[in-house]
Design a protein around this ligand. Structure first.
Ligand code: SAM
Length: 309
């Protein structure tokens, strides 16, 4: 298995503006790519979080290299406030989230994230809670159709949900990733640009790990934890997540207004002094070189917000 290639690494380091910063939270440790780069390129300490026990197990090398400047907690990043509070730290100078699954997770067939490899239909990053297989069995046809449509943006959501439930009612099981992937492939007729299981796997993964709820809570808590001058940097990988980040940043920082020569100054300036400044009114994406080198980076989107008051 190859390691995880940290996506938009230099852009993330630049965005955190580490000069003079003391404490940074890496909310998605993964393979430790961001954490190591932060520790190597600054004097800051890193508080890392990951919900996957296998990610925690991989962190020893960084502990050995950086000692007390590094700590890691197995938890969900929506609990960032408690993780930081446990260290008696009231606020931090930077927070980064690299949302989604790591290559370690996708490339380990037994974790069940990939429809390309045979593995249990699991998909739990934390290795606890409800599995993807249980969701197919426990949710109603209507509930499945809703998650396939809303979390997978799947056009055939109702058909696939109905066929899955019929298959289970006939006494069959979706034990493995390939049981499900091949079943969807047989169910969807016509031309297929991407593997027809792509969107269903995305929907199930988001539901199993409650990824959108996690992201919303994490942004709210992170904004409150930042010191003035501290930045929150989020790299996400699909439009549902990026929309949440974009809308929240606009909500708390306000939209940069387009100024035209007929507007009076008082119409342009916000009446209240804002607490946050959105540093990415345009979303940032990886360079062509990076996408060539690591095709998994192709859908990455990065946004930055700074606490200014
Ligand atoms: C894309 S990887 C991060 C890679 C990392 N930036 C690096 O350079 O190696 C995402 C990691 O975040 C973790 N993760 C995803 N959602 C999480 C959540 N809600 N709470 C905590 N960890 C989460 C996953 O377990 C995975 O290890």
């Amino acid at each position: 298995m190859v390691g995880h290639y940290p996506v938009m690494l230099q852009e993330v380091i630049d965005a955190l503006a580490l000069e003079g910063k003391d404490i940074i939270v890496d909310g998605t440790f993964g393979g430790g790519g961001y954490t190591r780069a932060i520790l190597e390129s600054s004097n800051a300490s890193v508080i890392a979080i990951d919900r996957d026990p296998e990610a925690i197990a991989r962190s020893q090398a960084i502990k050995d290299d950086f000692g007390d400047r590094f700590s890691i907690t197995e938890n969900t990043f929506s609990n960032i406030k408690d993780v930081v509070a446990e260290k008696n730290i009231p606020s931090v100078d930077g927070i980064v989230f690299d949302i989604g699954v790591s290559s370690f997770q996708i490339d380990t067939p037994e974790r069940g994230f990939s429809f390309m490899h045979q593995g249990d239909l699991d998909m739990r990053m934390s290795k606890e809670g409800i599995t993807a297989k249980q969701i197919l069995e426990d949710y109603s046809e209507e509930q499945l159709a809703v998650i396939f449509k809303e979390l997978g943006e799947e056009r055939h959501s109702r058909l696939i949900a109905r066929k899955i439930k019929e298959h289970i009612e006939e006494g069959n099981e979706f034990k493995t990733t390939l049981d499900l992937a091949n079943f969807i492939d047989r169910t969807i007729k016509g031309k297929k640009k991407i593997h027809p299981a792509t969107r269903i796997f995305q929907a199930l993964r988001i539901e199993v790990n409650q990824e959108l709820e996690e992201l919303k809570s994490a942004i709210d808590e992170s904004l409150k934890l930042l010191n003035v001058g501290g930045r929150l940097v989020i790299v996400s990988f699909h439009s549902l997540e990026d929309r949440i980040v974009k809308e929240k940043f606009i909500e708390v920082a306000g939209k940069r207004k387009h100024v035209n020569k007929y507007q009076k100054q008082k119409d342009i300036l916000p009446t209240d002094k804002p607490t946050y400044q959105n540093l990415s009114s345009r979303v940032l994406v990886p360079s062509d070189e990076e996408v060539k080198e690591n095709v998994r980076s192709r859908s990455a989107k990065m946004r930055i917000i700074e606490r200014i008051a």
